[in-house]
Structures are given as C-alpha cells and as structure tokens.
Design a binder for this molecule. Sequence first.
Ligand code: ADP
Length: 302
Amino acid sequence: MAVIEVANLHKRYGGTVAVDDVSFAVEEGEIFGVLGPNGAGKTTTVECLSGLRHADRGRLTVLGHDPATERDALRQVLGVQLQESGLPDNLTVREALALFASFYERPAGTAELMDRLGLAAKAGCRYRKLSGGQKQRLAIALALIGSPRAVILDELTTGLDPHARRTSWDLVEQIRDAGVTVLLVTHFMEEAERLCDRVALIDSGRVVAVDTPAGLARRAGQTQRMAFRPSEPLDEELLRALPEVTGVTRHGSRLEVTGTGNLVQAVTSLLARRHVIAADLRVEQATLDDAFIALTGRGRPA
Ligand code: ADP
C-alpha cells in the first residue's frame, strides 16, 4: 500500500485553478519530490494532504487516513513542515519542542532531537534570534517531534546559503534512513536530483511526469555524450551497432560517443565484455533541468 495517495486532486480559489488534476502515489521509505515552478500548485497540494485545506475534487489518503475527515489521526502519523512556521518570536527552541511534544501520543525525546538537528547549543535561544538555517532545522525538528511515519517538507532550503542547504539535504537523508517516508516540495532542480528517489513534475496544476530523476532526464531525449580512451584497440563499428549510439568520432586516442537512452550503460557493458577499460571517462548527460524544459516547453524554474 502506498503511504500517500493523491488521485485527481482539484482545488480552486475563487476563479483561480490552483490544482487542476494531480495524481501520484508515494511508496514507503522513499524520498518523493513534488517539483515545479512557483505557482504550479505544489503548496496547495500538500496543504490538502495535511488537512489544512479541503480539496474540491479527488481522493487523498495518508497512511490510510482521509486528511479532510481524520485530521486527529493524521496528525499522529504525518509530520508537516510548512513554509511559514508561525512560531512566537520569544519562544525558545526548547520551549517550542516541549509545546509541540505535548500534542502527540508518542513524542520523540526533545533532547535527542535537538542533538540530531544540531540545535542542542541553541536550546535556550529565542526564535527571533535564530539564523535562517537554524529556523529551518527547528521546523524539521517540530515536524519530527510526533515520531511520524511520513513527513512533508515544503521548500525546505529556500533562502538558505549553499552550506546550510547541504546540511539540510543530509538531514533529509537521515530522516529517510530512519525509516520515515519523505514528501519533499521543491522548485530546485538540483535538490530534487540529489535527494529524490522519484519526482512528480508539476506545471500549471497538472502532473507532467512521474519518474526517477534519471528517468526524467532520459525522457528529455537529450543527446548524451561520453568520451574515453580505450585501454585496447576497439572496433568503432561495435559501438555504432549499439541501438543507443548515434555517433562515434575519434580524436587521436580518444573516442567520443553520442547517443540517447541508456547510452552509458550500453557502452560500458560492451567495453566490459571486450575487457576494455575506459580511461579518462567523461560523461555529459541530460539533467532534470533539461527534462523540465523538454517536458513543459518552458524555461528553467530556478
Ligand atoms: P506553488 O506552491 O507551486 O508555488 P501554490 O499552490 O502556492 O503553488 O499556488 C498555486 C496557484 O494558486 C497560484 O496561481 C497561486 O497564486 C494561487 N493561490 C495559492 N494560494 C491562494 C489563495 N489562498 N488564494 C488565491 N489564490 C491562491
């Protein structure tokens, strides 16, 4: 059974269609990305999943619960970190965690969580004095305080510097490694590419594609290019015979191979069968960025 299921979600605000028709399923133990430009409908989707907004149409299930009608049960199993924390400025880190812990049947230990999230030294610090990265880590801690089985993280790293962003990425991987299913909302291609097992690409309230980041990049159909120096003489015709290969050129001792699909795998398997080593191997592959442009026909979102 999927941990989170969204089927044909539709939600409008007055005359604005925020989510037109969104469907996806998040499997247990994965980091699932909801990726798309600003205004695509990502936040509205996760607010419906969190029970904060009601869908106009569609079926939503989180660990067997309907977010619209079973909010109390949902809160015990789903942790939510949304963009705005709404915490009072004067609350300390320790107080915020203790307050939130009191809402749950099986809260995690506050000291242990502060340790895990690098907040122990800031336990007595007031919310308004925390840095952007520390506020984000507190928001994650608050999403985890109820020992949830799944967690929604919305635009986790927006506004963070590159170092703090990387720290947050490590944290998300630790959360998944601890057995918590993660739904990650982001408009950063690099973040989705680095973290997500699968991604739903959303544009104008619709799902454009659901796949692994590599699968999406492949669908972009972009030409891939690999270059290497074969350790033994290699008949170029063998490379040309591979269905994935569209071109082979030789530059001195280096071979450059272009193609599509699983090009790298096809070429490296051929080399392995022939006991040829690819020295100085360089691979240029399509990225999620290319996929986004190819699949939506638009410029890159971030
Ligand atoms: P994303 O999270 O992908 O940026 P949102 O779900 O926030 O997208 O927004 C989707 C669309 O719905 C946008 O056009 C946005 O302007 C509109 N929208 C979001 N919230 C509201 C609201 N409370 N009232 C009216 N329109 C809204």
